[in-house]
Design a protein around this ligand. Structure first.
Ligand code: NAD
Length: 498
């Protein structure tokens, strides 16, 4: 059971950069971590800059030869130990995330369960990440996977535990060392993770530099000691990270935004409609809509439109908006005032470019007056409206009516993103053809968010470059080295003949 005062008391008053398994004393500027719902001050955090990033990269660089030389079994054991500690600490960590970012406890608990699963998945994957080899005339060719070195990793605020695990687990499993920058709106659980890392990993293997994007983030992307960059966040900042990688010719992997569709076909069985409504509701409202994977466009067939909309509106109205920490709400508050004003702006646009079906207002929650709570909001609109094209990152769903299959597919793909998608039909041919034609990294047939561990997760188009969550991710964190061996020394082809 989560205890709010125990979680608060467990926080440090001030957090410095986490380097070489220690929190550094803070001598420079700090920023405050505040509870999203109440505005309560939770802790002060060092606003790291170039000096701290430099110290962290140098610690990671010094640790790299030792970590690279560890056997896969040794790396795997450390990752499994970290997973065990996170599991044991989950009630405390999920409460810290709920306070910090305003999401309901039931969700932040899921985040930590997924994080634990990630560390365990890559603990196992480390044991089976093999190169390959084959005989060549009088010898043998070995293609060997080698880690890059120091990985500079930057994550957003929406699901901090999952984001940290997505970045740390594969990089470490592959033999790299890490400098991670958490988001300035959600650093606490990642810094608390540092305390667990200190009990599980040798010093310098995983380092954490909190701070602002333009300061700590930019310093990390430009640092000459960083051999690989990995970023999750907005497409706008993703471009900057990509440019920083291009300047230094280091590989960059990007997980960016989304505007994912759910498509409901006319043949769905009447007895399945309520379950599909559940899927659509969860897809749009999970994480208060602050998820890159959120299903924020619903393509609903004309034949079932009216009945489905009635049930969808009823489902949205059943969602409770409440204090994220003391109940099990389905919707907490948005992470910050900036995010709240952004969502309010899109709702205002929606009123002009669509027809409001339900919601549309800020919600009041007693005792949480600082929080930006919104009613679950649904607009009926067209695919060319701004609310159907742009990532809102709030509890807002755009519904688009369809009749013609080919036109619907064109519209679904007519968006700059391509992260996820869902579709609901009993017709296998329709399901397969649609899955084939969708420009998205994930297609979930008859069950949204169907992310089993090991399932590749990555975006098409402006949603990113590379795949996380799966065995292939280890390739993203390694180069391939070819080594040949001959059984005897051979003369070169141009050697002078006797
Ligand atoms: P953001 O891009 O503003 O910030 C993300 C991170 O980048 C933060 O740590 C921030 O400090 C840092 N940053 C900002 N400016 C930087 C700079 N100039 N140089 C280096 N780092 C910098 O994103 P956000 O608003 O915090 O997060 C929301 C976005 O993240 C949404 O677009 C969402 O879709 C995306 N997201 C994607 C995934 C995915 O896996 N595809 C997952 C979660 C969130």
């Amino acid at each position: 059971m989560s205890d709010i005062s125990a979680a608060r008391k467990s926080l440090s008053e001030v957090y410095g950069a986490f380097i070489n398994n220690e929190f550094r004393a803070v001598t420079g500027p700090t920023f405050a971590a505040k509870a999203a719902a109440t505005g309560e001050h939770l802790a002060d955090i060092a606003r790291c800059g170039a000096a701290e990033v430099d110290a962290a990269v140098s610690a990671a660089k010094s640790a790299f030869p030792m970590w690279k030389a560890k056997t896969p079994e040794e790396r795997s054991a450390c990752l499994n130990r970290l997973a065990d500690l996170i599991e044991a600490e989950t009630p405390r960590l999920m409460m810290i995330d709920s306070l910090d970012i305003g999401r309901g406890l039931w969700e932040t608990g899921i985040d930590h369960a997924i994080a634990v699963q990630q560390y365990r998945y890559f603990a196992a994957a480390a044991l089976t990440h093999e190169g390959w080899g084959r005989p060549i005339p009088d010898g043998y060719l070995v293609a060997k996977r080698e880690p890059y070195g120091v990985c500079g990793q930057i994550i957003p605020w929406n699901v901090p535990a999952i984001m940290a695990a997505f970045k740390i687990a594969p990089a470490i499993a592959a033999g790299n060392t890490v400098v991670l920058k958490p988001d300035e709106h959600a650093s606490l659980s990642t810094l608390e993770l540092g305390k667990l890392i200190a009990d599980t990993f040798p010093p310098g293997v995983i380092n954490i530099v909190p701070g602002m994007g333009e300061e700590a983030g930019a310093a990390l992307t430009a640092h000459p000691g960083v051999a690989k960059l990995a970023f999750t966040g907005s497409s706008q900042v993703g471009r900057l990270v990509s440019l920083a990688g291009a300047n230094r010719l280091v590989p960059v992997s990007l997980e960016l935004g989304g505007k994912s569709p759910n498509i409901v076909f006319p043949d769905v069985a009447a007895e399945d409609i309520d379950a599909i409504v559940d899927n659509v509701t969860f897809a749009a409202m999970y994480c208060n809509g602050q998820s890159c994977l959120a299903g924020t466009r619903l393509f609903l067939h004309d034949k079932i439109y009216d009945d489905f909309m009635d049930r969808l509106i009823a489902s949205m109205k059943r969602i409770k908006v409440a204090d994220p920490t003391n109940t099990f709400p389905l919707l907490g508050c948005l992470v910050s005032e900036t995010q709240g004003r952004r969502v309010q702006g899109y709702i205002d646009i929606g009123r002009k470019q669509g027809s409001l079906a339900t919601g549309g207002n800020r919600a009041e929650v007693r005792g949480c007056e600082a929080g930006w709570f919104f009613e679950p909001t649904v607009f009926e609109t067209t695919n060319d409206s701004r609310i159907a094209q742009e990532e809102i990152f709030g509890p807002v769903l755009s519904v688009i009516r369809w009749r013609d299959y080919d036109k619907m597919i064109r519209e679904v793909n007519d968006v700059s993103y391509g992260l996820a998608s869902g579709l609901y039909t009993r017709d296998l041919k329709w399901a397969w053809e649609t899955a084939d034609r969708l420009e998205a990294g994930n297609v979930w047939i008859n069950n949204y968010f169907n992310l089993a561990a090991g399932s590749p997760f990555g975006g098409f188009k402006e949603s990113g470059i590379g795949s996380e969550f799966c065995h292939e991710t280890l390739n993203m964190y390694t180069h391939l080295k070819a080594i040949t061996v001959q059984t005897g020394v051979k003369p070169s082809w141009f050697a002078p003949k006797a």
